[in-house]
Ligand binder design. Sequence first.
Ligand code: PAF
Length: 279
Amino acid sequence: MEILKTELELNNWVKNQHANTTKIGFVPTMGALHEGHIYLVKQSVKQELATIVSIFVNPKQFNNASDLNKYPITIEADIKLLKKSGCNALFIPTIDIIYPSYFLPIKLDLGILDKVLEGPKRPGHFNGVAQVVYRLFKMVNPDKAFFGLKDFQQCKVIKLLASHFFTNIKIELCPTIRHKSGLAMSSRNMRLSDNGKKRASLIYKTLNVIKNLNNAIEPKDAIKYGKHLLAENNIEVEYLELANSKTLDSWIVWQPEKQNILLIAAYIEGVRLIDNIQF
Ligand code: PAF
């Protein structure tokens, strides 16, 4: 696996792939890699794409400085995992490469995506995601890019970005990878104690409880019950909502089959976790 640290090294790698008419698969990350990221890498490798991962902790997407400072950095372990995964190149840019002095932020109207769920809770977050992914897509110029559906709302933002600026890049959305307990894999889980991890598994279990009440009782009552189960275990819910998975606007009635999505953000031991379930 090649490790690319400068824009020149990246450009040369990209040129070499094009010279060999090899298509490029791209997995942008912020590091602290886990099996969820590796699943994305393996999807790309399986499709015989020259697979490149980026690791860049993007300050523009953190609306909270202490959240940014606490973001885990595990670069040596990340490199080890990537080497085993079949990844061909790792791009580790510095902040000046991503945001050079001449960098002009793109304008992308996020519409409803910035107004619901994560949007109002993390002001500026999705704009920050759009800026960094725009820069990375411009530099890497992949044929395909892979994202995990745990960050469902982010996936919608990326699709919107691609539809405006990168119609040549195919966006592949991959399922959430979970621990046996049901807990969605996330870099943030590293900050939880064993007890915290155990309690965190109740998030997905609760989403399933609500899902199973689908059409038996009204969504608001099912959600109220879910919140009660979580509160009993000292899990502080920031939001827990039913939405339509196509539009992401929130609903007080169950949606047609396969268009329901329950989305949650909750705090355990001060760590903010998100998850969702579609049905
Ligand atoms: O999902 C992430 O890890 C980040 O939001 C992304 C897409 C790499 C942009 O920094």
